[in-house]
Design a protein around this ligand. Sequence first.
Ligand code: SAH
Length: 340
Amino acid sequence: MNILNIDQNKLKQILVSNNFKAFSANQIFEWIYKKGILSFDEMTNLSKDLRDFLNKNFKVCSLKVKTIELSKDEQTKKYLFELEDGYFIESVLILSDTRKTICVSSQVGCPVRCSFCASGKKGFFRNLKAFEIVEQVLLIAKDINEKSTNIVFMGMGEPLLNFDEVVKAVKIMSDDKYLNISQRRITISTAGILENIKRLKDENLKVYLALSLHGATDEIRNRIIPYSKKYKLQDILKELRLYFEKTKRDILFEYILIESVNDSIEDAKKLVHLLKNFQCTINLIPYNEVENLSYKRPSGVKILKFKNYLISKGLNVVQRYTKGKDIAASCGQLAYKRRL
Ligand code: SAH
């Protein structure tokens, strides 16, 4: 059994029923989550008997680091992990002056299959378990010998279609007994799974929510995010407003700019109309081109015009500067791989 899959109380019970002391569970969790030690043999304040017991009955880590790639500017690192059943997932570490952000995957492949994205091209294979999501964070912290400051669920997969395990992972990440990363430093990005935005609100979490909007009308969204045909954009916005009212976390709208698809001033006007009166930030993401897909990134001038138009209408806009392009670690470039 993976020790990350059980909580501290459960571990206490197991220890006591095997004639070990309950407080050792605190020590074990401290080693793992506070000191980043992922091998029982290195937990030096535990008795040899206890370490043997743990080695026999538990694993601390199920992911194997296969490759680590560093971008030329050394600001981005991409990790390829192998799961126990042979699937691979990728995670990305993005460094800036003030932050160490980890972009985690929540599924192997993706069921949403946005037409512009590499992640779902080969389909959907399985959900990740909470411990597999948390391990991405633990293993990256171990690699850089430092804790991350921020987590974004923007790797492979649709986090709100793996609801229970993602919520469990967020709780482990944010609990002060565990990784102690404040929920205000965690962002879940979704293509807009209406019923689960509702459920997330009812979980009483205070994480930021980002909607992959990418188009200001149902017509455009349905064309590039076929999954979104299930919902009406207005219903999603209504639900996001409720999420904002409850959590007081500004909603982030991600808008990829794709040449001739959604990058005209007409599109910008519709976007302004859609989001006026909405307390939010728009994150403009110049499209990252994906092998075998014909979508293109608009010119710098076009991107700037679009951005300036939104700003001139009073919207709060940030542009995501592409990092890690040389190692295919940018948004939408994480792709499914399986053991050869
Ligand atoms: N399933 C979640 C997380 C996906 S990845 C979601 O849809 O939000 C995070 C962001 O990268 C999403 O906004 C996604 O639409 C965007 N993205 C996907 N492919 C991209 C590409 N080729 N270039 C730029 N952004 C991309």
